[in-house]
Design a protein around this ligand. Structure first.
Ligand SMILES: [Zn+2]
Length: 414
């Protein structure tokens, strides 16, 4: 039993067990109902295969259980995972019961040997399929701040367009895969006659790629202190913005990080700018001002928060950047503490890898170079204008001086 169970009163434990038992019964009966319906109406099988792709990591049989309990479900996750997405369960009654993957436990016990009469240790193993509850995205709301994906306020329901609400980008199982699952589920009640599939004709489903693909970054904490390191996975979606140019990384449970070409980079020096939060567009000017006004390091919307430290402004990353000295600004007056900066460095390096591997990476580079060229042209033009003004002023001073020369010579010759 887990430590959570230890803290439950007997009444709570009984209620928890009853809830799980009811969930298990639901998961089992709904699976048979959905399978029987598909066997009777094989023309729905292809549609169900698409549903499976949208459910991504869940097995075909769990997709049947999910479909039976909530056919409108788009993206489902266990409660713990929703916490990782920075979301809270707003509708606990929307729970969907599925069966978690098989768990195999081994334990050893001492028995008396029938031959020798001495005690010996034998290993026993048993298997079980734990019942698990998952929740549809529609039952969750952003917590600890607005949604980093769609900006919906804390506790409010995100629109269907929010990446969190969208189906996943998964693999479509084959008709054979579904047949196999139907055979297993319907084994006790007459099985499944796969010959009905012949009437379906050619498979209309090719690749499915309408869903959301979540990237992940992994953060390892605590390794430096000689403790057992803990890892945490953050899920993110990215958006390429060529008008900026840059890539917006919305990272669940962390915040927003922009990566793009550094507009002030020198010729032949491919530097990137990492920006913490949205709308910090003038941060590069602040970071290059000779007189740094620390009161101006204001965190932007969706600024990343790590270990309670709110990041602000930008970091400039050169290919030769030494991550030992990676030292971002925090909101307020100071740099981020070293350990937290090191942890953000881990995340930024993984995002940089993702950035460089993007199909749009070259175009982002080129657009960055165009911006820099335009900026340099603008600066050079300002210099031209300044020199032209200076030239005009000098020309007028020279004309005056020449006139005085002429006047004085004329006077001298009188
Ligand atoms: Zn949202």
């Amino acid at each position: 039993m887990t430590s959570t169970d230890d803290r439950m009163t007997p009444e709570e434990l009984a209620a928890w067990q009853a809830r799980k038992d009811a969930g298990r019964a639901t998961a089992k009966s709904i699976e048979v109902q959905v399978a029987a319906a598909m066997a009777a109406n094989p023309e729905v099988i292809d549609g169900f295969r698409l549903f499976c792709a949208r459910m991504d990591v869940y097995s075909i049989r769990n997709a049947m259980r999910i479909f039976g309990q909530n056919p409108k479900a788009t993206h489902v996750q266990p409660r713990f995972f929703w916490g990782g997405y920075g979301r809270a369960i707003a509708e606990p009654e929307a729970a969907i019961w599925i069966m978690a993957p098989k768990v195999e436990r081994k334990h050893t016990k001492e028995v008396e040997s029938p031959k020798t009469g001495e005690a010996e240790t034998v290993e026993e193993s048993y298997k079980f399929w734990p019942v698990e509850e998952v929740f549809p995205a529609s039952a969750t709301v952003p917590k600890n701040g607005p949604c980093p994906f769609c900006d919906t306020g804390e506790g409010q329901l995100c629109p269907d367009t929010c990446p969190v609400m969208q189906p996943q980008d998964g693999r479509i199982p084959s008709r054979e895969d579904v047949t196999e699952a139907l055979r297993k589920v319907l084994k006790q009640i007459g099985g499944f006659d796969a010959s009905v599939l012949a009437a379906l004709g050619d498979d209309p489903l090719g690749e499915y790629s309408d869903g959301v693909t979540w990237g992940t970054v992994t953060l390892t904490k605590g390794a430096a202190q000689g403790r057992k390191p803990k890892t945490r996975r953050y899920r993110f979606v990215h958006t390429v913005d060529m008008s900026r140019p840059g890539v917006r990384y919305a990272i669940a449970g962390l915040g927003v990080i922009w990566i793009g070409p550094y507009e002030l980079a020198r010729e032949g020096e491919p530097a990137l700018q990492v920006q913490y939060g949205d709308n910090v567009t003038r941060a590069w000017e602040l970071s290059h001002a000779h007189t740094w006004d620390s009161s101006r390091t204001v965190a932007g919307p969706h600024a990343p928060i790590l270990n309670g430290v709110e990041f602000a402004s930008t970091s400039i990353i050169y290919p030769t950047t030494s991550w030992d000295y990676f030292s971002p600004w925090r909101a307020g007056r100071a740099r981020v503490p070293e350990t937290t900066a090191q942890q953000m460095g881990q995340i930024v390096r993984q995002l940089l890898e993702h950035y460089h591997a993007l199909p749009e990476a070259d175009e982002l580079d080129k657009e960055g170079a165009r911006r820099r060229a335009r900026r340099r042209a603008r600066e050079a033009q300002e210099e031209v204008n300044r020199l032209a003004e200076q030239e005009a002023r000098l020309a007028s001073q020279r004309a005056g001086a020449e006139q005085r020369v002429a006047e004085n010579r004329a006077l001298a010759e009188q």
